[in-house]
Design a protein around this ligand. Sequence first.
Ligand code: HEC
Ligand code: HEC
Length: 210
Amino acid sequence: MSLVFLPLFLLLAAASAGATAAADATVADLYRPCAACHGADAGGNVALQAPRLNHLRPVYILAQLDKFQRGLRGGEGATEAAQQMVAGVALLPPRERWPDLALYISELAGGPSAATLTGGDPVLGGDYFNQFCGACHGPAAGGNVALSAPTLAGADDWYLAAQLHAFRDGRRGQHREDRTGRQMRSMAAVLPGEQAILDVIAFIRSQPAE
Ligand code: HEC
Ligand code: HEC
């Protein structure tokens, strides 16, 4: 798969989209270049490793866009997928339009993606989750704004796995100034191995998305 060539292609394709990022562009125009990877309904695209976005709260979307733009996420040592999103950042409108864009994304209609992982035990996963995760992400994985902890219910299973691996391996949350990323990085390390990751994801996926 020629993932490597995708950002360049998109950057060229979006050179014209950049021009429409002026103040009079509609918010649907602002989302169009993002849709190339995340899907028209923000339901995600596993082939491009671009996750579902519309289950997330606008405040978390804004925080992540800020991190990507400042290099706190997707910087040195980050995964190939995170580098793909660095190309996405180049397609962002001026900052004053970000809140509109984030709200628009959170209201798009994409649903949860089909399962790609098997072998996880949601009951065991629930035990791990209550013990290690629920205090920040909420008992049913709905997130907690005050703690900057995102909604996990409704996320793609493959994306949850990729992020837990990235945090654990120091490829996300590795930047000194990424305070919330560093918090999560230390938490990913408490899951005792691959089976525990599958279990906890099976639990998260069993929780209804809001
Ligand atoms: C070239 C493909 C591509 C484009 C274009 C793109 N993204 Fe992404 N985006 C990704 C990938 C891949 C990830 C996952 C990064 C990772 O695994 O860390 C991502 C992650 C994100 C995240 C973080 C989600 C989370 O749960 O933390 C947000 C928010 C996001 N993108 C918003 C946008 C917006 C808004 C645009 C349009 C301005 C956009 N993206 C354009 C590929 C893209
Ligand atoms: C101390 C609070 C805290 C605990 C405990 C915690 N997390 Fe997190 N988690 C966060 C924060 C904050 C973020 C957002 C990081 C960022 O801003 O990049 C996050 C992000 C994530 C993400 C990335 C979601 C996305 O959309 O990109 C996943 C997956 C995740 N956590 C899973 C877990 C699991 C599983 C556990 C239990 C083993 C856990 N977390 C425990 C605070 C916590």
